[in-house]
Write a protein that binds this ligand. Structure first.
Ligand code: GLN
Length: 546
């Protein structure tokens, strides 16, 4: 029978529930258990696809094309498994289902209420994953903080489920904060006590307490927390601030969290914990032999979470190359042709990020020109690739007014144009070209060398595409369509023939990079940045040409 672990959060948001849930998942998986993680988000949006990245960080896309919360990225990166539509559910989605059932008459005239109808729908979505029989353990993270009005139906659903399934089949891991007051030189347990009390007001009590803290808890502190929060002494786990999120599974393992959870769930794991690969990754990450600096050009750089998967992919690829990758975020709106040599000086590679709309596009194009003309490794993702094609069309093909019809509907040279099947799409949520599609890579191309294969699958999230009417012209001038969808001919990757590493991809490789399986394009890009650094060309060339 599938076992359930619910992860709740107390005291404040941003304590890292996603990382704790993922770390527990890694440790259970390391014992040979089949684990998946699901997240409930208490907001009313049906999914985060329509949310501005400033609001909620990156929108993560799954194989099956769900637009999800960025925590799903952590789950996939940590566990090296694919999640699906079912792994991320919002309050909006729950209500949408219940309301459409009500419109269909499914409730036979009953008054539709939070209890039982909304809670039943939440429970159905939790059990739906467990009932597939594919997993030994389902970890469900409840977004938000205990005590929020929005969280109440979720807490109530977990209470009911715990009762229905029995306490050895479902447990609650509660993540809280134990703050250190420097004036008093003391760690304080009161906020944790309050959040546990809040939880128990709703009929739920934690089985395991994970305490975020800046200082070690000490035995006395642990027993105080255990006593006041009604948990076993060994079930008070410290989650001390770590230098990287990838330390968290190891820190939790040292406190035997997996054994504690398994005992509470009366679950015997088939194997001994095997996390050697993870430790190997950490060792490489922490002992870099060299260093490169990469520019990240985007328009949401004020908020690190907006490019979460890209930043994590660089960490994975850096570790693989035993190279520390530092990222210099550069606001695309700040760049122009005059200042770009100065702003981008000293970088060993530049990634131009995905995005939507007009803001910052000219800055991206200027940065790309700088990379192309100075042979600096360039990696363009989605809008970053589209901008590379626009730049090439303007400055190499001489089509000075070339543009994407997303930004300039009237352009005489619609180098990037809306996809045929997107033309009639009116509603915004979940209607882009989303999820995994096949791509065939050109033999002998750079991308082929990086992947070591000609047939790949990558995830997408876009409405616009390279306009194939211009492809012959582009290829004749040295911009190759190195990757194409084998079924409809859409160009999915471009590269320059006379440049050491200039690659643009219409898809999002960052969604498939994993701790134990870094993405080949990121690995190759970092290797190219290292070559570039070692070639000694990093110093500014051609400054006067602008
Ligand atoms: N705005 C572009 C499109 O819709 C690129 C999207 C992206 O970068 N994710 O095609």
């Amino acid at each position: 029978m599938t076992k359930y672990i619910f992860v709740t959060g107390g005291v404040t948001s941003s304590l890292g529930k996603g990382i704790v849930a993922s770390s527990i998942g890694v440790l259970l998986q390391a014992r040979g258990l089949r684990v998946t993680i699901q997240k409930f988000d208490p907001y009313i949006n049906v999914d985060p696809g329509t949310l501005n990245p400033y609001e909620h960080g990156e929108c993560y896309v799954t194989e099956d094309g769900a637009e999800t919360d960025l925590d799903l990225g952590h789950y996939e990166r940590f566990l090296n498994v694919n999640t699906t539509q079912a792994n991320n559910v919002t309050t909006g989605r729950v209500y949408q289902t219940v309301i459409s059932k009500e419109r269909e008459g499914a409730y036979l005239g009953k008054t539709v209420q939070v209890i039982p109808h909304i809670t039943d729908e939440i429970k159905r979505r939790i059990l739906m994953i467990g009932n597939t029989g594919e997993f030994d353990v389902v970890i469900t993270e409840l977004g938000g903080t205990v005590g929020d009005i929005e969280s109440l139906p979720y807490i109530e659903s977990v209470r009911q489920l715990k009762w229905e399934l029995g306490s050895t089949n479902a447990i609650v891991v509660h993540l809280t904060l134990v703050p250190y007051l420097s004036a008093a030189k003391e760690l304080k347990t009161k906020p944790t006590q309050h959040s546990v009390k809040e939880l128990s007001k709703n009929g739920l009590s934690p089985d395991v307490l994970v305490c975020r803290t800046e200082r070690h808890l000490g035995r006395e502190m642990r027993s105080k927390l255990a006593r006041f929060c009604n948990v076993d002494q060994n079930s008070v786990i410290e989650a001390i601030d770590a230098s990287t999120i990838y330390d968290v599974p190891i820190l939790l393992q040292e406190q035997q969290i997996a054994q504690i959870v398994l005992a509470k769930l009366r679950l015997s794991a088939p194997g001994k914990a095997d996390i050697d690969e993870w430790k190997g990754f950490l060792k490489r990450l922490k002992n870099p032999k060299t260093h490169v600096e990469i520019g990240l050009v985007g328009k949401y750089i004020e908020l690190q979470d907006a490019y979460k998967s890209i930043l994590e992919s660089f960490i994975h690829a850096g570790a693989r190359n035993q190279c520390r990758v530092s990222i210099r975020p550069i606001h695309s709106e700040d760049i122009d042709e005059e200042n770009c040599s100065e702003l981008l000086s000293g970088l060993h590679g530049i990634l131009v990020a995905p995005g939507f709309g007009h803001r910052g596009v000219e800055g991206k194009i200027a940065a790309i020109r700088h990379c192309r003309e100075n042979e600096i490794p360039f990696f363009g993702i989605c809008l970053g690739m589209q901008c590379a094609v626009i730049e090439f069309s303007r400055n190499v093909l001489g089509l000075s007014r070339a543009h994407s019809t997303e930004m300039a509907p009237e352009t005489p040279y619609p180098i990037i144009d809306i996809m045929e099947d997107q033309k009639d799409v009116k509603t915004k949520g979940g209607t882009m070209r989303l999820g995994s599609y096949d791509c065939s890579l050109l033999e002998g191309s750079r991308v082929h060398a990086a992947y070591g294969s000609t047939e790949i699958k990558e995830r997408h999230r876009h409405r616009f595409e390279l306009n194939n009417q211009f492809l012959e012209q582009l290829e004749a001038a040295g911009m190759l369509a190195a990757g194409k969808n084998p079924h409809n001919g859409l160009v999915e990757a471009v590269e320059l023939t006379d440049h050491p590493w200039f690659v643009g991809v219409q898809f999002h490789p960052e969604f498939k990079s994993r701790v134990t399986k870094p993405h080949p394009l990121f690995v190759d890009f970092i290797a190219a940045a290292l070559d570039y650094k070692e070639s000694g060309k990093t110093v500014l060339k051609n400054v006067e040409q602008y």
